[in-house]
Design a protein around this ligand. Structure first.
Ligand code: ATP
Ligand code: MG
Length: 187
């Protein structure tokens, strides 16, 4: 049966290939161009200055106003994280918990038409965030709100809940030839 009514979707960009975060940005462009309000919350990221931060700031003012930008991006981590059970730095855990509180509030507020939870799958995979908590909020989100979750190894519970799940497959990556991250392509 075809579902034709308008509704908010849950999307996941996962898998080992490149393009999970940048594909979500493409969707953000599309949404902003349609007059929608977009919030990007980045888990774990924080220390690098990515080109998208400046581009999104300019776009937010153009499509909204300086006081009320149509698209906002916030880095809620510190760019690196020590992983593995007991070794997890309490500060990283605290940042993930804070990021999740902000994400949950943003989704439930209905203030945003699209909320991107960038790299949240890594936070869950590193056991810094309980997937059940995420699922609980997604299940009760306002009907029209779209949510995109990115990062490798998406949790099965969230895959089950999502409407659209895309797995990026790595065919090859420049890094394998020893080519380091390139400006404008990776950051
Ligand atoms: P992008 O932000 O470029 O869309 P992504 O979100 O799919 O990438 P992440 O897992 O978030 O990928 O990792 C981000 C960084 O790791 C990017 O600089 C990307 O080029 C690099 N990367 C992604 N996939 C691979 C891979 N298969 N091998 C090596 N590096 C990779
Ligand atoms: Mg990414």
């Amino acid at each position: 049966m075809t579902e034709t009514s308008r509704r908010g979707l849950i999307l996941i960009n996962t898998g080992p290939g490149k393009g999970k975060t940048t594909a979500s940005f493409g969707t953000c462009l599309r949404a902003v161009g349609n007059g929608m309000r977009v919030l990007i919350l980045q888990f774990l990221k924080g220390s690098w200055h990515y080109g998208e931060l400046d581009a999104i700031e300019a776009l937010g003012k153009t499509f909204g106003t300086p006081d009320d930008p149509a698209i906002v991006i916030r880095q809620l981590g510190r760019g690196f994280v020590k992983v593995g059970g007991a070794e997890t730095d309490p500060e990283d855990l605290r940042l993930v918990e804070e990021a999740w509180s902000e994400a949950a509030a943003a989704i439930l507020s209905g203030d945003w038409d699209l909320v991107v939870l960038d790299e949240i799958n890594y936070a869950i995979g590193y056991r810094m965030l309980d997937p059940e908590k995420v699922a609980e909020v997604l299940r009760k989100k306002p009907e029209m709100v779209h949510v995109i979750l990115t990062g490798r190894n998406a949790h099965p519970t969230l895959i089950e809940l999502a409407d659209t799940v895309t797995e990026m497959r790595e065919v090859k990556h420049a890094y394998q030839k020893g080519i380091l991250a390139q400006r404008g392509i990776e950051f």
